[in-house]
Design a binder for this molecule. Structure first.
Ligand code: ADE
Length: 274
C-alpha cells in the first residue's frame, strides 16, 4: 500500500511496538490492510486463513513492513484454532490484539438458502468468531490480565435483505461483543465491533458480475456519494485497538458513510427477483 494512503500515518509510529496481533482472514482485502497498518506501527502480526499458498504469499508481502508470520487455520474448527494458539505462543509468547476479520457470505433470497448455505455462513462468521475469541482469551488475554478484540462485522442495523444469513450471524457477533465486553471487563479486556458498509476491496470480487453492479449502484444512495476504502476500515481498527479508545468497550463503530441511517436496503432483493 502507498504510504501516502496508509492510515498508519495518522498515528504515532511506535503505537503498537512490543504488541502482538492476530488478524484472521488477513491475507486479502480489509484484513490485509489491517495487518499492514498494525505492522507499520510496530506490532508483530500473525495472519491466518484457510488456503496455505495465498496466505504465505500475503505474509511474504507483509514482511516488507515488519514481523509477520502466517498459519493456515479453518476458524470453524475449534481444534484448529487451538493449534493456532499453540503456534502464536511458540512464535510470540503472547497475544495482545485479536482482529476477528475472517468471514464470508453469498447473496441469495432467504427462501432459497439451503441448510448447508445457511450453516456455512453462521459457522464461519458467528461460530468461528466465538471459537477464536474464547480460545485466544483463555490462552492469552485472561491469564495476562489484558487484551483487546476488534470484530469486523457489517452494517446490518436495518437488516440485510438479500444476505439474511450474514445479517443474522453479524448481529450475533455484535451481541456476543456486548456480552464478552462485560464478562471480561475485570480481566482488562476490551471488545468492540467495526461495521463497514460497502468497501472497495478484493472482497467485492467474490460476487458475480450482476451482484457487483448492484453493489456499485448503491453508491448513488450513499450520502457521501461513494463507497468506503480498506484504509478507512483499518483506521477505525487502529483507534479501537489502541489506547485512545481506553474507555470504550462493547460498542460498534460504523464505517459506512451513514448507510446504517439512510439508503435503500432492498436493491439486492429486487435484483434477485428480476
Ligand atoms: N476466511 C473465510 N472463511 C474462513 C475460515 N473458515 N477460516 C479462516 N479464514 C476464513
Amino acid at each position: 500500500m502507498d504510504p501516502a494512503t496508509s492510515p498508519a500515518r495518522y498515528f504515532a509510529p511506535d503505537l503498537f511496538a512490543g504488541k502482538t496481533a492476530l488478524v484472521t482472514g488477513g491475507r486479502s482485502g480489509i484484513g490485509y490492510a489491517i495487518a499492514e497498518a498494525l505492522l507499520r506501527l510496530g506490532a508483530r502480526v500473525c495472519i491466518c486463513s484457510r488456503k496455505p499458498e495465498p496466505l504465505a504469499a500475503a505474509a511474504a508481502a507483509l514482511r516488507e513492513y515488519g514481523t509477520c508470520v502466517q498459519r493456515p487455520c479453518d476458524i470453524r474448527d475449534s481444534g484448529e484454532v487451538e493449534v493456532l494458539a499453540d503456534f502464536i505462543a511458540d512464535e510470540f509468547g503472547q497475544l495482545d490484539l485479536l482482529v476477528n476479520n475472517a468471514g464470508g457470505q453469498f447473496p441469495g433470497l432467504a427462501e432459497n438458502l439451503s441448510d448447508n448455505g445457511w450453516n456455512a455462513v453462521i459457522s464461519t462468521n458467528l461460530n468461528g468468531t466465538f471459537y477464536v475469541s474464547r480460545i485466544m482469551a483463555k490462552r492469552f488475554f485472561l491469564p495476562q490480565s489484558g487484551g483487546n478484540i476488534v470484530n469486523i462485522i457489517v452494517n446490518m442495523l436495518r437488516g440485510f435483505p438479500g444476505m439474511a444469513h450474514t445479517g443474522a450471524a453479524r448481529a450475533g457477533v455484535e451481541n456476543l461483543t456486548k456480552s464478552l465486553a462485560q464478562e471480561w471487563a475485570h480481566h482488562n479486556v476490551r471488545i468492540n465491533c467495526v461495521a463497514p458498509g460497502t468497501i472497495l476491496s478484493s472482497g467485492l470480487d467474490t460476487y458475480a458480475e450482476p451482484v457487483r453492479q448492484l453493489l456499485d449502484s448503491m453508491e448513488e444512495d450513499n450520502l457521501m456519494g461513494r463507497h468506503g476504502t480498506v484504509e478507512e476500515v483499518a483506521a477505525a481498527v487502529l483507534y479501537l485497538a489502541g489506547p485512545m479508545s481506553s474507555y470504550t468497550s462493547g460498542t460498534t463503530l460504523y464505517v459506512d458513510g451513514m448507510d446504517h441511517l439512510h439508503g435503500d436496503r432492498m436493491r439486492l432483493v429486487r435484483g434477485a427477483r428480476t
